[in-house]
Write a new protein. Structure first.
Lengths: 289, 226
């Protein structure tokens, strides 16, 4: 193993520009992959934050009774579309109003429980059910008005899907390019060592002995690329966190924990190792025939 | 034991070897002679399984070479040490490193590699030149370096392809003395050569090829240059 490592290091040092090109392409690929992974995970989290919040609010007419509210709640839950439904009475609505406007005595004086409507806050099991839940609520004669954030959630869902699918296409494309670059660079090195490969084959070297240094070289490019791209992403995230936090107020997303970043590093290293070793394996294969 | 049974090798329309049959016993030393293009190097390549015969069967120590899979070829080649006509030394490595390579490929411990390489360099008289590169060596020294690499893993068979090609008489004799020493240690030795003076003097078995055919197979002491 020590011999394989030293031979591999010798190969890398002999052609530093090729090594730099391999590391640069690998770093770029893994950096963009990491950005997309973080974007996809972040948007997913933002989406679930909105999904978990009450998404449909039905305001009742003043003459609604508790039995009518309970019957409507049961109907909603029995439909299988609603995840939860919470009744907010006129008095509770006043408490919420007072809490939200506690710094403005003028607004507090003007409002009493009588003028605030009782309401039912409903969250859907899936975003797609929002329209149907709104229809059930509207069909009730005691419901005055129905509000729901279908647009916001649907836009978020589209963004999340877009990031996921677009990211997948871009990442696949970049991984293919990285793979080809590693394949070409290590093929060139193997070609320049064709005579040496032939000689060691003649004196009894196994395929693994010949392949070893090239594989280690491919893995080295993958690991260095992973480490550099991870450091870049971490730096970028650290720099952007204060700004992003102002936009994402209330959403428990930032700062990203060290644990999550370490998992990301593990993932990047794994992808880098797979690209590097597979590229090297195929590059040397034809010289071992 | 090396055994050729009706072995032929054709390259397109050219017949390099034509129905060759012979047997070399364990511990035997044999000269393989013949003019250029007689098929000597092709025969060596067939033994190393660098080439496949067109027809016929080759076996080494009873093992049919056609049955050996490519991935197991290394095991066969570790049994055969070869002194190549063009040396096949790595120019960016020293004599010591070139010789050590033959042991490193077997996975031998570093310390043992160092020890055995030093012993063999001493034996072939290259100890003082161990840290020179091939380009810094004379013809006879290159030949001895190649011989050291071939015998350091202690192969069962040693093949030397024209080991005295461009050497002066005295150096050629030194090389043959070393080959005989290897043979005395119990190894099977096959030497291809044009040097009929040495062939005549050493009185060992001689197989002669001409245009791919085996024209003579003379037992020890029977060979006379025509």
């Amino acid at each position: 193993m020590r011999k394989i490592l030293s031979t591999s290091w010798h190969y890398i040092r002999r052609s530093p520009y090729q090594a730099l090109a391999a590391i640069a392409v690998m770093t770029l690929t893994l950096f963009i992959s990491a950005v997309f992974v973080l974007l996809a995970a972040g948007s997913e989290k933002i989406l679930s934050y909105f999904e978990e919040k009450p998404q449909v609010i039905a305001f009742f007419k003043d003459d609604v009774t508790k039995q009518e509210v309970d019957a409507l709640t049961l109907r909603l839950l029995a439909s299988g579309k609603a995840a939860a439904a919470k009744y907010v009475s006129k008095e509770q609505a006043l408490e919420i109003y007072q809490d939200q406007n506690r710094d403005d005595p003028l607004l507090l004086e003007m409002v009493s429980a009588e003028i605030l409507p009782a309401s039912l806050e409903v969250s859907a099991k899936e975003i797609g059910f929002l329209g149907e839940i709104a229809d059930i609520l509207r069909s009730d004669s005691k419901v005055e008005e129905v509000n729901f954030q279908e647009d916001v959630v649907q836009i978020l869902q589209k963004i999340t899907t877009g990031i996921r699918e677009g990211g997948l296409i871009i990442i696949s494309f970049l991984i293919s390019i990285s793979f080809l670059v590693i394949l070409v660079i290590i093929s060139m090195k193997a070609a320049s060592r064709r005579r040496e490969i032939k000689i060691v084959q003649l004196i009894g070297a196994t395929a693994a002995y010949i392949r070893g240094p090239f594989l280690v070289e491919g893995i080295f490019y993958g690991l260095v690329g992973a480490l550099l791209s991870w450091a870049l992403v971490y730096g970028l995230l650290w720099y952007a966190t204060p700004t992003l936090k102002t936009y994402l107020e209330g959403i428990p997303l930032l700062p990203v924990s060290l644990g999550v970043m370490l998992v990301l590093l593990g993932g990047l290293a794994l992808v880098g190792i797979i690209i590097g070793s597979l590229g090297a394996f195929l590059a040397v294969k034809r010289y071992l025939r | 034991m090396i055994k050729f049974e009706e072995v032929s090798k054709k390259f397109a329309e050219i017949t390099a070897l034509d129905k060759i049959s012979f047997e070399i016993k364990d511990g035997e030393m044999v000269f393989l002679t013949g003019p250029s293009g007689a098929g000597k190097t092709t025969l060596i390549k067939l033994i190393l399984k660098e080439l496949e015969p067109t027809t016929g069967k080759i076996s080494i120590n009873g093992l049919d070479l056609s049955k050996i899979k490519r991935k197991h070829l290394y095991a066969l080649r570790r049994k055969i040490g070869v002194v190549f006509q063009d040396f096949k030394l790595l120019n960016d490595r020293t004599v010591r490193e070139n010789v050590a390579l033959a042991l490193e490929v077997t996975g031998l411990d570093r310390k043992k590699v160092t020890k055995e390489v030093e012993e063999i360099l001493e034996m072939v008289g290259l100890f003082e030149r161990a840290d020179l590169f091939p380009s810094q060596l004379a013809g006879g020294e290159l030949q001895r370096a190649c011989l050291a690499r071939a015998i350091v893993p202690s192969p069962e068979i040693l093949i030397a392809d024209e080991p005295t090609g461009n050497l002066d008489v005295a150096t050629a004799w030194q090389i043959f003395s070393l080959l005989q020493e290897v043979n005395r240690a119990g190894k099977t030795v096959l030497v291809t050569t044009h040097n009929f003076e040495i062939v005549d003097s050493l009185k060992i078995r001689v197989i002669e090829l001409d245009h791919g055919k085996l024209v003579r197979d003379e037992e020890k002491g029977q060979y006379k240059v025509k």
